[in-house]
Design a protein around this ligand. Structure first.
Ligand code: NAP
Length: 647
């Protein structure tokens, strides 16, 4: 079946302003589905010292001549440019065995990080070539901060050749630091296709990005104290690289993202007939099979109440049995291949290691059929499910990562037990809890949070909008599971301003009526405040402004929002305590209709002072003001001083 097709290409590196072809024989890369030879990748002959020096001098100097907003705008333009050419990447990504949905995460998810970081930089950083660090305390003659002669080396895992590269270069480039990208050899051809477009776009200054396809040679020997390394891959490789003599000797910052034995917990309060049960089964099956389980965030440990372990095992197996494996080009195929035969061998070795400690419920062998005539079994692995009866004493499923569609069921006795079992993973990227019971969710989240980068709660109310267990999230600046704890929004009939501090719940929320902004609003607000800025009052100047039309004052928008969410009659809210983190996102023009949503984000109980007639606390409200298109126009936190019921 395997053949050297005419389409096999030599994957070139992009270094020192040129495309470089390996001087040696390189590594043969095969199509994950058909086994055909598609690329030859090697880095023999690269002068790594020269690459780093070129990045520092050429790329670094050019980047730092740009302001932060110019760098961020370049990223945004680059994102648009790459999106217009995305089909090229999808075609190539199919060679990695990925379905279109799998590739979406890598390609469009990756490009999305450019937009996200660009937006954060433009919103939160100054439009200067440097950032002043901290408050303006004058400690030295020049209290400015600017990185100099610095290069960042990004070493990526094979599973996300686009996303892994883009999510790392975006913050680097915003910071004015040139990048040397080293994708994993086996999928470097896809990263190279994207870098080819990046270079062709001309949107980044020369030297801002270089690419090494193939082994890293003596690259690490030439790093200096000023450089930075970010690594994604297996813990074994990461530990080896982190302890490289040059990294230790020069204390070179080394950021490592490695194996993660992520867990998903089914709440004890969930019964077979609850929607959360089906949502749980669906999510676990999805996480096991998307990208054939080659996702750093995939669910590896399925933690289930012991009285439901049998029911869950049956429901999960029934769902996994229906997964159609084969050529992702064929309609109906839900799961593609692993990247290559070597990955299949690695997964199989870890499955065998797990099988010594856990009971194999399904998969783990070659007894499966594939859809599509061209598909060969070399890199395909079936959904594989284990049961570990005693997860407290058995260390294997908490430490062995079979990087494929492999997961282990584990029974727990009570929430404390579930928390303990989750913690045996010794720190994971993500954990999730499926329950409709707020108290159960709170207990598990608080117990597990310290062991997880991100935790999310899913129930019938938020499932539709949830980004899911395994979605890579470039920013959690506002919204998303990391903000306000992923807690559900609680809507009650009583206005939250009529409630005592003690009675308010985190997540309690109010969506207001709407208000259409008129010219009279702008005129009245201008007269009241004395703010007659041209963008509000001068039709011609406003047309030439960045808004292209007259817009309402930002302060009017937040005043109008307060007018909508404040309950005016006397009540437990004693005073407005302040406003934080205000951002105006979109302009509000004449005729736009705005609406506010406030949510209790945090409660800070204050000790009662002797001279205070009333015990009180501070409530921090998350405020979102949106327009008629659902776009956020203003985001901020409002703080209120609220009376406490006790005392
Ligand atoms: P890997 O074998 O550890 O390789 C990772 C990267 O390190 C590759 O680019 C590899 O290049 C490079 N590398 C290996 N030896 C090197 C050396 N001596 N000097 C410089 N670079 C070197 O991992 P993988 O198989 O590509 O990826 C799968 C692993 O990544 C899984 O364990 C997964 O959990 C993890 N992962 C983690 C995250 C996360 O965010 N935590 C995300 C994705 C993946 P070559 O290919 O040329 O050897």
């Amino acid at each position: 079946m395997k053949s050297a097709t005419k389409t096999a290409i030599k994957t070139k590196s992009y270094i020192c302003g040129e495309w470089f072809e390996s001087a040696g024989p390189g590594t043969e890369i095969r199509h994950a589905v058909t086994g055909d030879l598609i690329a030859i990748t090697g880095s023999e002959g690269i002068d790594f010292a020269k690459v780093l020096d070129y990045g520092r001098r050429q790329g670094g100097t050019a980047l730092r001549e740009m302001t932060i907003h110019e760098r961020a705008n370049a990223l945004k333009q680059l994102g648009k440019y790459l999106l217009e050419r995305k089909e090229t990447f999808y075609t190539m990504s199919a060679c990695t065995g990925a379905t279109r949905a799998d590739s979406w995460v890598d390609i469009e998810g990756g490009i999305g990080t450019l937009f996200s970081y660009s937006s954060v930089a433009r919103r939160e950083l100054t439009d200067e070539t440097f950032i002043v660090e901290g408050a303006p305390e004058r400690l030295a003659a020049n209290n400015t901060f600017e990185p100099t002669h610095l290069v960042s080396v990004h070493i990526n895992a094979f599973n996300f050749p686009c996303w892994g590269m883009l999510e790392k270069i975006a913050p680097s480039l915003v910071a004015g630091v040139p990048a040397v990208v080293k994708p994993a050899t086996d999928s470097a051809y896809l990263a190279a296709a994207m870098v080819k477009e990046i270079v062709a776009s001309g949107l980044l200054p020369e030297g801002a990005i270089q690419l090494i396809c193939g082994r890293a040679g003596d690259l690490f020997d030439h790093l200096t104290e000023q450089d930075v390394v970010t690594f994604t891959g297996s813990a074994d490789t990461g530990q080896r690289l982190r302890s490289h003599p040059n990294i230790i000797r020069k204390s070179i910052p080394f950021n490592m993202e490695a194996d993660s034995l992520n867990c998903c917990i089914l709440g004890q309060t969930v019964s077979r007939d609850d929607p959360e049960f089906d949502l749980f089964i669906k999510e676990v099956a999805r996480e096991m099979t998307s990208k054939a389980g080659q996702k750093c965030t995939a669910i590896r440990r399925i933690i289930v109440p012991q009285d439901k372990i049998q029911t869950v095992a049956e429901a999960l197996q029934a769902r996994l049995d229906k997964v159609v494996m084969g050529d992702p080009g064929e309609a109906g195929v839900k799961m593609g291949a692993l990247l290559c035969a070597a990955q299949k061998a690695a997964v199989d070795a870890n499955v065998k290691a797990l099988a010594e400690h856990c009971k194999l419920l399904m998969g783990g062998d070659d007894n499966f059929t594939l859809m599509g005539e061209k598909a060969v079994k070399d890199a395909f692995y079936p959904p594989t499910l284990f049961l570990c009866d005693n997860p407290r004493e058995t260390i294997a499923p908490h430490t062995i990562e079979a990087f494929g569609p492999v997961s282990t069921l584990m029974p727990y006795r009570d929430p404390d037990d579930a928390i303990h079992i989750a913690s045996l993973g010794k720190g994971s990227l993500v954990g999730s809890v499926f329950t409709h019971d707020g108290r159960e969710a709170a207990k598990i989240i608080l117990g597990c949070a310290a062991y997880h980068g991100r935790m999310l709660v899913i129930d019938r109310d938020c499932a539709g909008e949830s980004t899911g267990h395994g979605s890579p999230l470039p920013t959690l600046v506002h919204g998303g599971p990391g903000r306000a704890g992923g807690a559900k929004r609680v809507h009650t009939d009583v206005h939250p301003f009529k409630k005592y501090f003690d009675d308010l719940q985190i997540g309690e929320s109010l969506t207001t009526h709407r208000r259409t902004v008129t010219e009279a609003d702008i005129v009245n607000f201008g007269c009241l405040s004395g703010d007659h800025f041209y963008a509000h009052f001068d039709e011609l100047a406003a047309q030439d402004s960045l808004f292209g039309k007259r817009v309402a004052h930002g302060y009017f928008v937040i005043s109008a929002a307060a007018g909508m969410f404040v309950e005016p009659s006397p009540g437990p809210v004693l005073a407005n305590y302040g406003l934080e983190n205000l951002r105006f996102i979109e302009p509000v023009g004449i005729g736009d209709t705005i609406q506010a949503k406030i949510t209790v984000k945090q409660k800070i109980r204050k000790a009662r002072r002797e001279d205070e007639p009333q015990a009180r606390g501070v409530v921090i409200w998350d405020v979102e003001v949106s327009n008629q298109n659902g776009e956020k126009v203003a985001l901020y936190d409002v703080l209120t001083l609220v009376a406490r019921r006790e005392d």
